[in-house]
Design a protein around this ligand. Structure first.
Ligand code: PMP
Length: 430
């Protein structure tokens, strides 16, 4: 594969951008080799600067659920461009999207738009602290909530990939208020609650975590957390930045029938533009300035172009619930296909899937938390990644991420993915 233009760009980029990239996992550190510079994306495909084309299985880490450059989103953005790129004042589309989100996500009665998932989670924790008058909160090992200081403790995603789940630069003072428990372990949460009685503002988690590779909640786990939070007066926050509008219209909370007090959203909500949001019960959200005392603001929040893209995306999903059946079908074809091929080859790797999120772990252990995810052979994953890339399939460049499938994947493209999988697995197990 010819990648000379990407190589040249990466080499040049390193003079001006730390590590040559604007977000760490993009650098391909965990899989070896150098990142490809993308020129264009359309439907189920990415095209790099050297003219190579790749079937897309990350979709900008989640947002492009309908595939790239979807005509409805493109049209909405172009139309919005005609009236200006930013107002810094309220506009009608902000009200439309807020009303739509409230109608789609069960826990959300009021919502505030921000510019990223990171902002959404940082703000949600501040509001939960303001609302309860307590300082501490619980996060779970291997869960990623963006790069806010208090979340960079036992963090998943890029922090886990780069081997720095606890980042330097986070002060001891900040870290002491973040309590950490393993996922899928109610007992561990009970112990933290007992040891910090009346001091914990919130428990935040990815209900279906994708940032240590995809893991699923054990039967009764989410319900158990709901009960603990209600009993202890703690705000239960579901971080649905990945799962929101993906696992179902109303996210994981709809799917599992467990309703948190607050929800953080991102990715799909912006249709590919930089958007996040946090919302929840009225009585909690009315603590947010200017309704209440907890300050949170943003010059570009509710940006008209971003709102137009997000509104087009959410409107489509709201009006076409059959997309979720299609996404599930695509997920099933891919995960079943992978399992069958692995079986043919005498390989027994764990595949976790829910709807259009999926991870294959290079381990035969069941994977349901940070520790079990870490039993994966990351070196072998790196080889698999490169073998798939060579065959034109673009995966997340780390074992500790989920795939995000899009509706643009046709049966014919799925066949190509499975052929590439078969050949790649043969190559790396020679
Ligand atoms: N929460 C979760 C669950 C995420 O997956 C991410 C990003 N992958 C974030 C928060 C942070 O979002 P952003 O990268 O938009 O800041």
């Amino acid at each position: 594969m010819e990648i000379s233009k990407s190589k040249k760009l990466f080499s040049h980029a390193q003079n001006f951008i730390p590590g040559g990239v604007n977000s760490p996992v993009r650098a391909f550190r965990a899989v070896g080799g150098e990142p490809l510079f993308i020129k264009k994306a359309e439907g189920a495909y990415l095209f790099d600067e050297d003219g190579n084309e790749f079937i897309e299985l990350i979709n900008s880490w989640g947002p492009m659920i309908l595939g790239h450059n979807h005509p409805k989103i493109k049209a909405a953005v172009l139309e919005a461009m005609e009236t200006g790129t930013s107002f810094g004042a309220p506009s009608a589309k902000e009200v439309d999207i807020a009303e739509l989100i409230v109608s789609m996500v069960p826990s959300v009665e009021k919502v505030r738009m921000v510019n990223s998932g990171t902002e959404a989670t940082m703000s949600a924790i501040r509001v939960a602290r303001g609302y309860t008058g307590r300082d501490k909160f619980i996060k779970l090992e291997g869960h990623y909530h963006g790069h806010g200081d208090s979340f960079l403790i036992a963090a998943g995603s890029g922090a886990m990939t780069m081997g720095d789940p606890d980042s330097p630069g986070v002060t001891k003072g900040t870290a002491k208020d973040t309590l950490v428990a393993p996922y899928n372990d109610l007992e561990a949460v009970e112990k933290l609650v007992a040891a910090n009685k009346g001091e914990i503002a919130a428990l935040i988690l990815e209900p279906v975590p994708g940032n240590m590779g995809l893991c699923l909640p054990k039967e009764g786990y989410l319900k158990g957390l709901r009960e603990i939070c209600t009993r202890e007066g703690m705000v239960l926050i579901f971080d649905e930045v990945m799962t929101g509008f993906r696992l179902a219209k109303g996210g994981a909370q709809e799917l599992y029938g467990v309703i948190p007090d607050m929800t953080t959203l991102g990715k799909i909500i912006g249709g590919g533009m930089p958007v996040g949001a946090y919302g929840g019960k009225k009585e909690i959200m009315d603590f947010v300035s200017p309704a209440g005392p907890v300050y949170q603001a943003g010059t570009l929040s509710g940006n008209p172009i971003a709102m137009a893209a997000g509104l087009a995306m959410l409107t489509h999903l709201n009006e076409h619930p059959e997309e979720y059946a299609r996404l599930n079908h695509i997920g099933e074809l891919i995960s079943e296909g992978i399992l069958n091929i692995n079986k043919e080859l005498g390989l027994n790797y764990t595949v976790n899937r829910l709807g259009s999120m999926c991870s294959m772990f290079f381990t035969d252990h069941e994977v349901y938390d940070f520790e079990t995810a870490k039993t994966s052979d990351t070196g072998l994953f790196g080889k698999y990644f490169q073998a798939m890339l060579k065959r034109g399939v673009y995966l997340a460049p780390s074992q500790f991420e989920s795939l995000f499938l899009s509706t643009a994947l046709t049966d014919e493209i799925i066949e190509k993915i499975l052929d590439a999988h078969r050949e790649s697995m043969k190559e790396i197990h020679k």
